[in-house]
Design a protein around this ligand. Structure first.
Ligand SMILES: *Cc1c(COP(=O)(O)O)cnc(C)c1O
Length: 399
């Protein structure tokens, strides 16, 4: 395998033919300024040390690697290990890039950090980072989502961010994106739009990846320390792709490590209700960058669905598109039913309630471990904890 594709992206923000900047001309300069500031600031000792200290003392890094003995015995075959991002402050991997983005916004002298949120996970992580860093935060959220996601809405209010309810259109994530983006265009020089995954225009896919890659850097060393070798397979769920690329980056050059991203098959790949963008999508652009998309004949995003709201996005990070094309990473799927089964199995065998997003990767690991030998191992990124999902699952399974 040729590995000349590292490092990526190129200076225009392309990973092969994906990524770039598909944006209105007035934003080009703003994005280039963010890129320049990021390249400069992120190399300074001050920034590196401040972020490292926050990761350690505030977020609780490094997160441990855990061998799931009972789960592995139940599946039979390979040992299943978890990178415990669920143990981070705020309960998921998102704090890793939110801290980086909030710090960068402060270093750049921005007056306000803006974002949209769907289920509220990105909103809470960002509001947390902004409270810590001391910068104003404004989150746009659809009215339907506000009704559905009460605990996260309350958290954001307590954390002191300005919550803007969006009453237009479907009153969900899609309209919240438009609303937040309009506000951003009012003053892009002084506002910072904090993107919540490895998506959006250059430099965000690169920047968010860089802030997340600590996950894989830690995991690789921890696994070597524990086992004296690398895992046979590493895997993570893929929505926009930030927790996955965070784990994968440190392993891309390890030719003997098979890397698998897991997309949500929802109610089935043969239905319209899934969000398996890399598996079934076609090339196009969305939200300022080029990638595989679930789109109609006119190039409009299709409605997508997953039982895990953090995974229902019709685009996907450009680096994943590239890694798929060059076949360095394989992309598989898990459906709602497998996800729920993995959610309950991990809870009952290990006492760990995973996020429904993460449960997709766990489902893949469970079915794959069973086909492997007992001296082999699979490392799963447990991207977040499932506290947010317990009421939904209890109702769905009539517990
Ligand atoms: C948001 C979220 C995801 C999906 O986002 P990626 O950018 O694909 O990682 C996955 N897991 C958890 C716990 C999340 O909160």
């Amino acid at each position: 395998m040729s590995l000349d594709f590292l490092p990526m992206p190129d200076e225009k923000g392309y990973f092969g033919e994906y990524g770039g900047q598909v944006i209105p001309p007035q934003l080009k300069q703003v994005m280039d300024d963010i890129n320049d500031a990021y390249e400069k600031v992120s190399q300074t000792d001050e920034f590196i040390q401040e972020l490292a200290a926050l990761n350690a003392d505030y977020a609780g890094r490094p997160s441990p690697i855990y061998f799931a003995r009972r789960l592995s015995e139940k599946c039979g075959g390979a040992g299943i290990y978890f990178k415990r991002e669920d143990l981070n402050h705020t309960g998921a991997h998102k704090i890793n890039h939110c801290l980086g983005e909030a710090l960068l916004a402060r270093y750049m002298g921005k007056t306000k950090v803006l974002a949209e949120t769907g289920a509220g996970q990105h909103g809470v992580a960002l509001a947390t980072a902004c409270a810590l860093v001391g910068i104003d935060c404004e989150i746009h959220m659809g009215e339907i989502d506000i009704q559905k996601e009460h605990p996260n809405v309350t958290k954001m209010k307590i954390l002191g961010c300005k919550l803007v309810p969006v009453s237009r259109g479907t009153r969900t994530l899609k309209d919240a994106v438009d609303s937040a983006f309009e506000e951003y265009l009012n003053d892009p020089v002084n506002y910072f739009y904090a993107i919540g995954s490895v998506v959006g225009p250059h430099p965000f896919p690169k920047m968010v990846r860089d802030f997340q890659k600590v996950v894989g850097v830690e995991a690789r060393q921890q696994f070597l320390d524990k086992k004296g070798r690398l895992p046979d397979i590493i895997t993570a769920c893929v929505g926009g792709g930030s927790n996955a690329i965070g784990l994968f980056t440190a392993f891309l050059q390890d030719e003997n490590v098979k890397i698998v991203g897991v997309e949500p098959a929802g109610k089935g790949l043969d239905t319209d209700e899934h969000a398996a963008t890399l598996t079934l999508g076609t090339k196009g652009s969305i939200h300022g960058f080029e990638c595989y998309n679930l789109q109609d004949d006119q190039g409009n995003p299709l409605p997508v669905y997953s039982i895990a709201s953090g995974l229902d996005y019709p685009g996907v990070g450009p680096q994943h598109c590239y890694l798929k094309d060059i076949q360095r990473v394989e992309y598989e799927t898990a459906d709602d039913k497998e996800c729920l089964d993995a959610f309950m199995t991990l809870s009952r065998l290990e006492g760990i309630i995973p996020a429904l997003e993460s449960a997709h990767a766990i489902a893949y690991a469970m079915r794959t471990a069973a086909t492997m030998n007992s001296d082999q191992s699979i490392l799963v990124n447990l991207s977040g904890r499932g506290d947010k999902d317990v009421d939904f699952v209890a109702k769905r399974l009539a517990l």
